[in-house]
Design a protein around this ligand. Structure first.
Ligand code: NAG
Ligand code: NAG
Ligand code: NAG
Ligand code: NAG
Ligand code: NAG
Ligand code: CA
Length: 441
């Protein structure tokens, strides 16, 4: 038996199982407390306890969480028990074998192999019934042992197959479920705002300020100048400043990233990309935590605007855009391209930035096994192995030679054509911004 494998597998199973039990337990408790409001809406956001001003604690009740694990999991326990039983049988068989071997040795010629072949037994013992009985018992036992051995072999084969359900698969599975849940929560959030009594109570209180979750909420109250505004995408979390583009394509855009003159260095650490850096009015990266909160609070679309040094301006939009939290390494979810610049985030099967983790020069989460794409291309980005787009590359003021570590969009017209002298083209301006999918201007 491969005991080590067993322990690993069981530990993985228990860890996953424990996680699910805890999560379920919590939702269950919430449900019991809030039984009355339960029918109104499966998801609620409400204030708890008495409080004043902005410090009020909030509580979100989610619908019960049930994750399906592959059905082989239930069989692990079964198999463990079977193996345990077999072990015990073998142990007792072996013990009784040894016992009768001793007895047999006592009553026959030394060296005789009659144990397994009764027909060859010594003639002088022919009349001894006791020995005959013993012999037939031993033979039975030995054939049982053989069968047991075969069964063990079969079980071992099954075990090895189960080992293939390894931790990676579980992780991927949980990952994708969490991402999926976020979408569900987002859509429920939208539905709740009209139905939930608690939400209405909150909004009817005179002290309650309207929450501006992103730039589209400022647009909705009539703000039309592109400026810095303060947003609170998650009422339980901090608010922060963003730059709002109120002019491009109907306005209401929250800008995530801007490049225009090379004044800010984008070769930065994980911590910098997490918190954000640069100058909101010039060049900056808003920050992965903030991008996560913004894309979590509403279903967002992404718009990318690019301009090259010949004055060509093209754009790309993605109807789906979500960035996971730090625990999930800010994994990118992007889809439904439209536009003129080409779908460089999903260039081909082998160059696809969708569902990739964020990588920085000091944190390798990419799919390139023998190095760090972020280090090689001087950027923090959702690298594959490595890239067909990289808007956080170095800012070059003109064509450049060497490693293609500049701002890059792989579907740009003519960008991969051979240039005289091996020069690579660069971009003058790049901008990434988001707006709620259901925005009305
Ligand atoms: C589940 O909740 C019950 C009652 O609320 C509690 O006694 C138990 O310890 C909880 N179990 C876990 C795993 O949190
Ligand atoms: C989430 O999971 C449900 C059920 O498995 C599926 O129907 C739905 O398409 C998934 N949504 C996303 C966004 O993956
Ligand atoms: C940008 O920062 C990196 C890392 O600190 C540094 O190696 C590089 O020289 C900087 N680039 C410029 C143009 O200052
Ligand atoms: C606020 O958001 C950040 C980024 O997602 C997260 O790490 C942090 O735990 C959140 N804080 C609260 C109080 O929810
Ligand atoms: C892409 O955008 C154009 C212009 O807004 C629109 O006419 C077209 O239907 C869109 N295509 C898709 C596939 O969404
Ligand atoms: Ca790597």
């Amino acid at each position: 038996m491969k005991a080590a494998h067993w322990y690993r597998l069981s530990a993985a199973f228990l860890a996953a199982y424990g996680f699910l039990v805890v999560a379920h337990n919590e939702t269950e408790t919430d449900e019991i407390q809030d039984e009355t409001a339960r029918d109104a809406c499966p998801l609620r956001l409400e204030r708890r306890g008495r409080c004043e001003g902005e410090e009020c604690p909030y509580q979100v009740s989610l619908p019960p969480l049930t994750l399906q694990l592959p059905k082989q999991f239930s069989r692990i326990e079964e198999v463990v028990k079977e193996v345990q039983n077999l072990k015990e049988i073998i142990h007792s068989l072996r013990k009784s074998c040894q016992d009768c071997k001793l007895q047999a040795d006592d009553s026959r010629d030394p060296g005789g192999n009659a144990l397994l072949l009764p027909s060859t037994r010594a003639p002088e013992l022919a009349g001894d019934n006791r020995v005959e009985e013993l012999e037939s018992q031993v033979n039975e036992l030995s054939s049982e042992l053989k069968n047991a051995k075969e069964e063990i072999n079969i079980l071992q084969g099954r075990l090895e197959k189960l080992n293939l359900v390894n931790m990676n698969n579980i992780e991927n599975y949980v990952d994708s479920k969490v991402a999926n849940l976020t979408f569900v929560v987002n859509s429920l959030d939208g539905k709740c705002s009209s139905k939930c009594p608690n939400q209405e109570q909150i909004q009817s209180r005179p002290v309650q300020h309207l929450i501006y979750k992103d730039c589209s909420d400022y647009y909705a109250i009539g703000k039309r100048s592109s400026e810095i505004y303060r947003v609170t995408p998650d009422p339980k979390n901090s608010s922060f400043e963003v730059f709002c583009d109120m002019e491009t394509m109907g306005g209401g855009w929250t800008v995530l990233q801007a490049r225009l003159d090379g004044s800010v260095n984008f070769t930065r650490t994980w911590r910098d990309y997490k918190a954000g850096f640069g100058n909101l009015r010039r060049e900056f990266w808003l920050g992965n935590d903030k991008i996560h909160l913004l894309t979590k609070s509403k279903e967002m679309i992404l718009r990318i605007d690019l301009e090259d040094f010949n004055g060509v301006k093209l754009y790309a939009t993605y109807d789906q855009f979500y960035v996971a939290n730090e625990f999930l390494k800010y994994r990118l979810h992007v889809g439904n391209y439209n536009g003129t610049a080409g779908d460089a985030l999903h260039y081909s099967k082998h160059y696809n930035h969708n569902l990739k983790f964020f990588t920085t020069p000091d944190r390798d989460n990419d799919r390139y096994p023998s190095g760090n794409c972020g280090l090689y291309y001087s950027s923090g980005w959702w690298f594959d192995a490595c890239l067909s787009a990289n808007l956080n590359g170095k800012y070059y003021h003109q064509k450049y030679k060497g490693v293609r570590n500049g701002i890059f969009w792989g579907t740009w017209p003519g960008i991969s054509d051979a240039q005289t002298g091996g020069y690579k083209s660069s971009f003058k301006e790049a901008k990434m911004m988001i707006r709620p999918k259901h925005f009305k201007s």
